[in-house]
Write a protein that binds this ligand. Structure first.
Ligand code: MP5
Length: 217
């Protein structure tokens, strides 16, 4: 079995927990409160912004054949920021209204630490897992959310054909990197896969609870 499929099978109990998270189900069913959705918007805006230096820091480790596609990821992230800004304007959410929550801060630090400390294949594992998580998560929302919903543009962004093709591309490249990796590096890639999945679950949980900073907020 190819690496990505093997990891998805291995972490399936966690992956299923992510896809059945109440934040996704309530958004799918049109039951999420505006305030809770705004928490996710503000936090994910900061996360997407932080993904830009993550990709930029990974590029020097990448083989030359990946430079163009990684540069394309940065362009896509800027486009995504504009989508958030457009939606926030439309519904009256201040995207700069809160600092990163504890979980978001941790996830952002994890991205940057991975870019600087880990191997290219390990960092690519984090990129793939986060993108695949969003693709699958927004496909859950797509199964029920009314197309006229003010949140539907987010479904179109992450559960559309273009994003599906991008995730498919990442999966093929990740499998090739895993094939070239030795056993020790493959084991570390598997650890990064699971950790990223755990962060993704934590992120939905943070959005659902409106968590701030433990012991302070
Ligand atoms: C993504 C995201 C998808 N926006 N937020 C989290 C918490 N995980 C994954 O990444 P991208 O780069 O916005 O497609």
């Amino acid at each position: 079995m190819a690496f990505a499929a093997e990891q998805l099978a291995r972490v399936k109990p966690l992956w299923d927990r992510m896809l059945s998270h109440r934040f996704l189900l309530e958004t799918r069913d049109g039951k999420i409160s505006g305030d809770r959705f705004a928490v996710w918007m503000r936090q994910d805006y900061l996360f997407v912004e932080a993904a830009i230096p993550f990709i930029a820091a990974v590029i020097p480790k990448a083989p030359a054949k990946h430079w163009e596609s990684l540069a394309g990821v940065i362009t896509a992230l800027f486009k995504e920021l504009k989508l958030f800004e457009e939606r926030a304007q439309a519904v009256g959410v201040n995207l700069r209204g809160a600092p990163p929550s504890f979980t978001n801060h941790a996830y952002i630090q994890f991205l940057l630490a991975t870019a600087y400390r880990a191997s290219y294949a390990e960092a690519y594992t984090v990129l793939y897992t986060a993108e695949k998580a969003y693709y699958d998560s927004w496909n859950v929302v797509k199964r029920g959310l009314d197309k006229r919903s003010k949140w539907y543009p987010f479904v179109e962004n992450w559960a559309g054909d273009a994003f599906a093709a991008y995730v498919q591309y990442l999966e093929g490249e990740l499998n090739a990197l895993a094939d070239e990796a030795g056993a020790a590096e493959q084991a570390r890639m598997a650890e990064y896969f699971e950790l990223t999945t755990r962060y993704e679950i934590a992120f939905w949980e943070m959005a659902a609870t409106g968590e701030g900073w433990p012991g302070v907020d």
